[in-house]
Design a protein around this ligand. Structure first.
Ligand code: SF4
Length: 399
């Protein structure tokens, strides 16, 4: 079934349940108060230690493998180029976003440090140990960028500052630039300014929803979550003023009930403001309030990926693209041979995010299998090969 045969309402999240009082706010972890000992790998069969930023941060499994603190291999990837440091607290994120594995409603089911997020486990690691390894590796570090990922928590703003200061005291931010994945709900313009003054390079806002209605339904009042579209835009525009052109952006999840036109008009708006969009393909995250819903159909996703790349990097304007009555892209605003060349280059179908050291249009943040299983890749964390391009062309329904 194509996504355009389903209505917005078909992507409605489940209602969050009531959390027993004894399971709220990380009470179980705080009461047991097990002291952490080095790296903690998520395991909900044992008592979760009491870990808290800024002493502890969580990182993606891909980052832990690249850092060498976990052993294993990733399908078709040597390493990741972005070290995501996610703030962590026993109380967890206080928001309740419907598509997110970290959301507050999961308190009843699993301690915060044991929750899956963008399809993978996030081990918790002492910050000092992380910085020691990256500082020791110096210019040999595989990482092209570090990203501090905030969550909705009263300590998140202050701890982001502390992590940034501790990092830049040992690691030159010109060598490994720092991005901030912000949490606008708790932030002011002064917070944005402070992070810029302390050496952050790029500031991003996880808008996630392409329209105000979908925002409200998936991460606002619709799911008893504190976020507001207006506040997110306020901080995004502060970032535009303070960080400047090409140094700010927004995350957008494709396939939560918006039309292709909706998301591409947003992409154009961000480009017109001087920023970038980073796209995620909706995937029903296990344990989230949307885990019963279908992943974004691949034809829809590929069209949006391709059109977004043309707007972001090839100066094509959304007004030059053609859409059908249901908002689906039917013309990319370029002669077919030029569209074909962009498809063949493959970059449009790679993970989008803040740039690394290879090229402006190649993201350091490659998030291996963060929005799909390896058997049906949505965002390629590497350059697609010939077979991959054949798959992409068949999904795009071009030869
Ligand atoms: S604010 Fe971020 S981490 Fe928290 S529930 Fe929403 S998407 Fe997840």
């Amino acid at each position: 079934m194509s996504c355009f045969e389903r209505s917005d309402n078909d992507m409605t999240p489940r209602e969050p349940g009531v959390i027993p009082i004894e399971l709220r706010n990380g009470a179980r972890v705080k009461a047991n108060d097990v002291p952490p000992q080095g790296v903690y790998r998520p395991n909900y069969n044992i008592l979760t230690p009491n870990m808290r930023s800024p002493e502890y941060v969580q990182m993606s499994t891909a980052a832990a493998l690249t850092l060498g603190i976990m052993q294993g291999k990733m399908h078709r990837c040597e390493c990741t180029r972005c070290l995501n440091l996610l703030l962590t607290y026993p109380e967890g994120c206080r928001a309740n976003c419907a598509y997110c594995g970290l959301a507050r409603h999961r308190e009843a089911e699993r301690d915060y440090a044991d929750r899956n997020f963008i399809r993978v486990d996030w081990p918790a690691v002492p910050l000092e140990q992380t910085i020691d390894i990256v500082a020791r590796d110096g210019a040999q570090s595989p990482f092209h960028r570090m990203c501090i990922s905030m969550i909705t928590h009263p300590n998140s703003d202050a701890d982001t500052v502390t992590v940034l200061k501790k990092w830049t005291a040992r690691i030159d931010p010109k060598g490994i630039p720092v991005s901030i994945l912000s949490n606008p709900t708790t932030m002011t313009r002064a917070d944005v300014k402070r992070l810029h003054e302390l050496g952050a390079d790029i500031f991003t806002v996880a808008l996630d929803a392409a329209t105000p209605e979908i925002f409200d339904r998936t991460r606002g009042k619709g799911v008893q979550s504190p976020h507001s579209w207006t506040k997110y835009w306020e901080i995004l525009l502060d970032a535009r003023d303070i960080f400047g052109p090409q140094k700010f952006g927004a995350h957008v999840i494709v396939g939560m009930g918006e039309t292709e036109r909706d998301v591409l008009e947003l992409v154009q708006k961000l480009v017109d403001l001087g920023g970038h969009s980073h796209l995620f393909c909706f995937f029903p995250e296990k344990g989230s309030l949307m885990d019963h819903l279908p992943a974004t159909p691949r034809d829809q996703w590929r069209r949006v990926q391709l059109a977004r790349y043309l707007i972001d990097y090839k100066a094509v304007r959304v007004e030059c693209m053609k859409f059908d009555s249901q908002g689906k892209v039917v013309g990319f605003g370029l002669p077919e041979s030029e569209v074909n060349d962009v498809v063949s280059a493959g970059t449009a179908f790679r993970t989008s995010g803040c740039p690394g050291k290879f090229a402006e249009d190649i993201s350091a943040c490659d998030r291996p299998y963060g929005d799909s299983p390896p058997s049906n890749i949505a965002s390629y964390p590497f350059r697609p090969n010939g077979n991959d391009l054949r798959t992409i062309r068949s999904q795009l329904k071009t030869k």
